[in-house]
Structures are given as C-alpha cells and as structure tokens.
Design a protein around this ligand. Structure first.
Ligand code: PEP
Ligand code: MN
Length: 349
C-alpha cells in the first residue's frame, strides 16, 4: 500500500501517519520528493484498512499495490489451474464445450437437448432446474423434479451436469444431483450462497455479475475459495452497457484480463451475452480465439416452444456449424477439444 501525502502536508502530518501505521504493526518507509512525500507501507493490509488513512490530516491519496483477493490470484499461484468435473477437465490445455437447454422442461426435451449437446461436441451438459427469473410470472423451473430429470439424462447420455443453485437452503439438494454448481449472474454477490457453495465440496461455475467489475467477480470467487473450495470456473456472460442491440455486451477482453489476474479457468457464455441465436456462433469463435477455456451454450430441440430463452437457443440446423468450430479452432491455438466422457465413466462417478 502506498500513501501519497498532499503537497501542503506538514512534517507533523507525516510523522503522525508513520506512527499510526507502526502502531498497527506495520512498517512505513518515507520518500521525500520535491513537491510531495510518499509513504510505502509493508504489513497486514486488512489492519491498515481499519486506520481510515484517507481521512487523516495531510493525506492526499491511498493506493493498493497488491490485489485484494489472495487465494484465486495468480500472484502466489503462477500456473493456471485445471478443474475436473466428473472426469472432464476445464483448463488451459483444452477447450471444453458445455451445452444443453436453458431450462429443464420435460424428460423428452432434456434428453433431446443432451443428445444435441453430444453431437455439438460437448463434454458436459447444462440445464436449469431452479431458474432465477426477472419476472415472478415467468416459468421458475421444475425444481427437484427438474434435478431428477437432469440426473437421469446424465446417466443416459454420459455427460456430467452443471445446474444452477439459487439459495443456500437448496445447496444440498442440488449437490445430490449435479456434478457442478452454477452461481448465476444475479447471485454473484449473494455472499451467503457463495459461502454455502464454498463448503459444498463440488466444483462451482461462477458467472460474472452483469453489473460487476472483474475485481468484484474475483472477490466473489475468493468467498468460495475462502471456504476451502478452489474448484472454481469463472464464466463471462456479458455485462450491461448502454447498447440495446444485444441482450448484454460480451466483454471479450475480460477473458484474458481475468486469466492474467487469476489462476482459475475462464469460459464464455455466448448465448446469454448476445441473447440472439445468430450471434452464438460468431461469439463462440471470438471466445475460442481470445483464449477462453471453454464455452457454455444453450441448445433446444424446438426453440420456438422453449419455456425460457428460446431466442438464443441453437437449433438442430446450427449444430453442424458449432461442431465444425469446436472441432477445428482449438487446435489452431495449441489446445485440444475436451472429449465427451464415455457413458459408463459418467454413470459410475
Ligand atoms: C443460465 O445460464 O441459465 C442463466 C440464467 O445465466 P445468467 O445467470 O448468466 O443469466
Ligand atoms: Mn437462460
């Protein structure tokens, strides 16, 4: 941490700040410039936070030089991490495709979507049973019934399942059926939920809050890590901007930025970011080209009849093209497409 004293700060102000820092167990190194004095602080940054340094007499500015998240940072963990979900890796050597319906509607629809996911080259299945909907009048998901459908379909098609958990009370229930827990954009700063999934012992897919900075996203990951769970995959899913042509604005630069700041894998959701079927394939290409460790894509056997997010779901006719992208682009970037596990492997998890 660095304190920049105001030009009018007196010698007494400087000494008072130094004394304050030392009384909190830190060390203070004073460098006098022509116009300003700078004080470098070494010690426990959280202790310094309680000193309210910015409001002290003569202090111009206070700046952090280290990141506020520790466990998910690359500062002390140079190697990028690989996370395993039901025998499927997500990490720097591969591109992992996760696909499935936005929401579980019926056993038939979920099975058909899972088979589409396999045909698209997916190694994991997505699908929501608990849906955090903006409107209380919109379909809220099938809940536990949906989870059972998902685990039956997982056993049939052999793809590990990621599904959303919306509150701490349902974490155990979702854990009983899922291979990975999704925390959605609307819950990225639900700290009780982050702590609960941190204690749950399952990998977590943490979507970026639509109004959150990258630092806030990494702090949310830190909540999960702090409970002992480092099996976290970050997902950039678009943020709110002034632009209305797309549902959200895919912040493509967040992928390399987050990968530079954190050792956790980063994937992209081209479906919820663009919100339009015609954008899913171009945004998938962009995600792989920028270095994403995977993509998560909505597919539906009959998008026109989908109960949720039909406008962005890929239909059967889009799958050949998605398969062509995922089969060819990763190699161009020195990565391998993560293969789908053998059905028996997933069933005997
Ligand atoms: C979803 O993946 O189904 C979903 C609701 O995503 P998000 O939280 O990114 O809106
Ligand atoms: Mn959706």
């Amino acid at each position: 941490m660095v304190i920049v004293m105001a030009p009018e700060a007196t010698q007494g102000d400087i000494e008072a700040v130094v004394e304050l820092v030392r009384s909190a167990g830190g060390e203070a190194f004073v460098s006098r410039g022509v116009h300003r004095t700078i004080i470098g602080l070494v010690g426990d940054i959280d202790q310094f936070g309680a000193l309210n340094l910015r409001s002290r007499k003569g202090v111009g500015d206070v700046m952090r030089v280290s990141v506020p998240y520790k466990l998910v940072s690359r500062e002390h963990h140079r190697q990028r991490s690989e996370i395993w979900v039901g025998g499927v890796p997500i990490g720097p050597a591969t591109v992992t495709v996760i696909a499935g319906p936005c929401t579980v509607e019926t056993p038939e629809q979920t099975l058909a979507a899972a088979q589409m996911a396999r045909r698209a080259g997916a190694a994991m299945l997505r699908g929501g049973a608990f849906k955090p909907r903006t409107s209380p009048y919109a379909f809220q998901g099938l809940g536990e019934v949906g989870l059972k459908i998902l685990s039956e379909v997982r056993d049939e098609v052999g793809l590990p399942v990621v599904t959303e958990v919306v509150d701490p009370a349902s974490v155990d229930l979702v854990c009983a059926h899922a291979d990975m827990l999704q925390v959605g954009t609307r819950n990225m700063q639900n700290f009780a939920l982050l702590q609960a999934v941190g204690s749950a012992g399952k990998p977590v897919l943490l979507k970026r809050g639509m109004n959150s900075t990258i630092e806030e996203w990494l702090m949310a990951a830190e909540y999960i890590a702090q409970r002992g769970n480092l099996d976290i995959v970050l997902c950039e899913r678009g943020i709110r901007t002034f632009e209305t042509a797309t549902r959200n604005t895919l912040d493509i630069s967040a992928v390399p930025v987050a990968q530079r700041l954190s050792h956790l894998p980063v994937i992209v959701d081209p479906s919820h970011s663009g919100g339009r079927r015609d954008l899913v394939l171009p945004l998938t290409r962009a995600a792989i080209a920028v270095g994403a460790d995977g993509v998560i894509v909505d597919v539906h056997p009959d998008p026109a009849k989908a109960l949720c997010d039909g406008d962005q779901a890929l239909a059967e006719e889009d799958l050949t093209e998605l398969g062509a992208i995922t089969a060819t682009m990763p190699q161009l970037l020195g990565r391998a497409l993560t293969p789908a596990p053998q059905p028996a492997a997933a069933a005997s998890r």
